[in-house]
Design a protein around this ligand. Sequence first.
Ligand code: CA2
Length: 148
Amino acid sequence: MKLLILNGPNLNLLGLREPEIYGKRDFKALEAFIRESCAEEGIACELFQSNHEGALVDKIQEAYGVFDGIVINPAAYTHTSVAILDALKAVSLPAVEVHLSDVKSREDFRQISYAGRACVKTFMGLGFEGYRQAIRFLKDYLRGESAT
Ligand code: CA2
């Protein structure tokens, strides 16, 4: 089983500002946490972060036939990007959406998730732990799919 883990714009700045929303740990720590979570589950993974919408779209397109599923935190593109939604729909791989913060209790402009419409599940407000939950969920989901 091989998962693609995508992180969107500004997540590379994690730990530098707004620790009350996103926590104190930095992006390097998040990547290490994700790698450990995949290793615990015996899952191979590739991590990709970009500040560019098109680069994320390209990566999703390239995932077809290479990865079994996608974990994605599209960051601000969550609330704006029909292109990411269309790419997720186009490759039709099971995808799980993750947000560090509880976006539902934040500003109005964060209440829409385009990418979420192509995802089988969303984890939000759990900090780093949301990625582990997403990885575990996707593992169980993919096992269920291959059993049918
Ligand atoms: O809660 C999440 O994971 C978000 O996807 C994070 C995005 C935000 O736009 C989404 O609404 C929710 C922001 C990512 C990074 O933001 C930073 C802001 C300041 C310092 C470091 C990172």
